[in-house]
Design a protein around this ligand. Sequence first.
Ligand code: KG4
Ligand code: ZN
Length: 328
Amino acid sequence: MSRVVLGIETSCDETSVAVLKDDKILSNIVSSQVEIHARFGGIVPEIASRNHLKNLPIVYRKALETAEVDPHDLDAVAVTQGPGLVGALLVGLSFAKGLSLSLDIPMVPVNHLQGHIYAAYLSHRDLTPPFIALIVSGGHTEIVLVRDGFKVLGKTLDDAAGEAFDKVARVLGLGYPGGPAIEKAALEGSDSKYDFPRALLSDGNFNFSFSGLKTSVMYFIKKNPSCSISDVAASFQKAVVDVLVEKTLLAAEKYGIDRVVISGGVAANTCLRREMSDKAISKGLKLYVPPKNLCTDNAAMIARVGLEKLSEGNTASLEINAEPGLQF
Ligand code: KG4
Ligand code: ZN
């Protein structure tokens, strides 16, 4: 029996609604608030919530229109419950509750991090557990063993990788969001010009730390105001990528897993995609990377988790609340 699931994602600054028919994406509309937050140099939670409230009904209508699906044909509504900004999550959750009530369909709460991993199922139909997943986004950097359930092998002890990109970009005067800006600046620079620290690289564990790297770049810029921004961007990017690649592949080796997934906003980074791919191939591993639009926040990945939970009968009552600190 085929199922049609609507997904809603409002955990951060992207308002997104998607329609999935089984695991086929019929629509995946993303309305980004990046330009609104750019002038503040980062996300302002209160403004994010207000814009979700304004945009969500419009994005919802567009998702149904694009999918050519009538709301009464929906079998369930899947929504991000957390982690994320509490006010932003509440907008999506309240909207989902309204749909669940008015259409008399079940609501499926979804862990945003599981969504990032499931983006890979959407792009690679042949992917099955066990695999190692690296989730790298603005709020998270985690290595997860996906086998029977999710086992977090390591995570960042301070800043997330995306956060480091955003903060360093601000110091370099490259604007927000920092990831794409640093990637662009790095194209003109040399990644071996400066040797920035690669924290915890040879500790043999799977935790990360990026705040020392950020501080190191800040001091470097202060001391060398006339240095080449492109060289700093390229060298910083390489330091982040080296650690992400090394630790992820080490996890695969240690747990005897031959499949690796990378996802989350930072997985849109070309340098990370290339280095991870080259090194994975050289170790005989298979790498699964979703296309860039499924790496960054989107509702299709949320609907994909919803589809699975729905088939397990794992739905929720309308009393559930947002869980800003939700983990695996
Ligand atoms: O997954 P995502 O869209 O939202 C969160 O769940 O956080 O990730 C956003 C993060 C931001 O920090 C942004 O700077 C980073 O992903 N990002 C990138 C690139 N594109 C987005 N970082 C490095 N290179 C990129 N091309
Ligand atoms: Zn995300």
